[in-house]
Write a protein that binds this ligand. Sequence first.
Ligand SMILES: [Zn+2]
Length: 86
Amino acid sequence: MCCPNCNKALLDKPKLVVCEAQCGFKIWKTVCEKTLTTKQVETLVKKGKTGIIKGFKSKAGKNFDAALILQDKVTGATRFEFENNR
Ligand SMILES: [Zn+2]
């Protein structure tokens, strides 16, 4: 898995995936109380988007399903995409 920002290797840490060159790219593995699998993180990095992931939990305590989009390839910031918004 390579950093989409600088093409160096990404290090798979327990809580996040982070660029070995410390260019600033990182993806937190736990999003809204849901821990992403390595495969989901890989898909996010390689394709810029995951499939629908089930079991996120909002701050209000509601469960929801959504895909994750890699919004910013420099910082690794992500956002949700909901099925019914398509
Ligand atoms: Zn990098």
